[in-house]
Ligand binder design. Sequence first.
Ligand code: APR
Length: 228
Amino acid sequence: MKHIVILSGAGMSAESGINTFRDADGLWEGHDVMEVASPEGFLKNPDLVYDFYNQRRKQLLEVHPNEGHLLLAALEQEYQISIITQNVDDLHERAGSTNVLHLHGELRKARSTKNENYVIGWDEDLTQVNLDPNGHPLRPHIVWFGEAVPMLDEAVNIVTKADLVLIIGTSLQVYPAASLYQFAPNNIPVFYIDPKPAAGIPSNIHLITKGASDGLKEFKEQLKSLEF
Ligand code: APR
């Protein structure tokens, strides 16, 4: 089976009703991103940060995978699919995708502030009173700006084994995630679905300037006649 590697970003979940980060004046749900998505922001105002992710988690439990997520899950019938997502939602999994790596963490998990390897499932509100077994506070299991990306090596390894790479719904502004496609083997097809694709991407990338669902329908059509 040919191996397709999907690199998804916030645009993948836009049609499910989850706002992207950079489509709204640099604010994320009304907040300066550094206030709610950096270790400094968490130190300065932990309650704000807990509350912010509590709201995001609640919202996630109310929304559903969109047609794009479902189309991707269906691709597993014909191809080996690896999804590497920057998204912290679980909509790929809920659509039925079985092989999903979360580069930037997961909303429905919490982790110890002292031991990054202590990670547990968490669907309730999280506050400073929730502790790990050693008495250290838990925090959202999210990779914030300035923090290492623990899953990066694994992600690079997956991309090096791709027969085709498909980028969906990311502004390609945040590194190292934005550089992942560059680890693909030379000369394999690379597609990019986004209604407003990032400027300056290499000319050999096949652009599909559409939203995720319509773009995936077009991608599937093109796939039929593609030799790779
Ligand atoms: N379908 C596909 N793409 C869409 C849609 C849609 N319906 N609507 C918007 N987009 C595109 C936008 O054109 C934009 O290029 O989704 C992209 C979203 O870009 P960002 O908001 O920058 O999201 P992303 O690239 O995933 O951000 C990366 O930044 O804040 C951090 O850690 C956070 O993982 C996140 C990272």
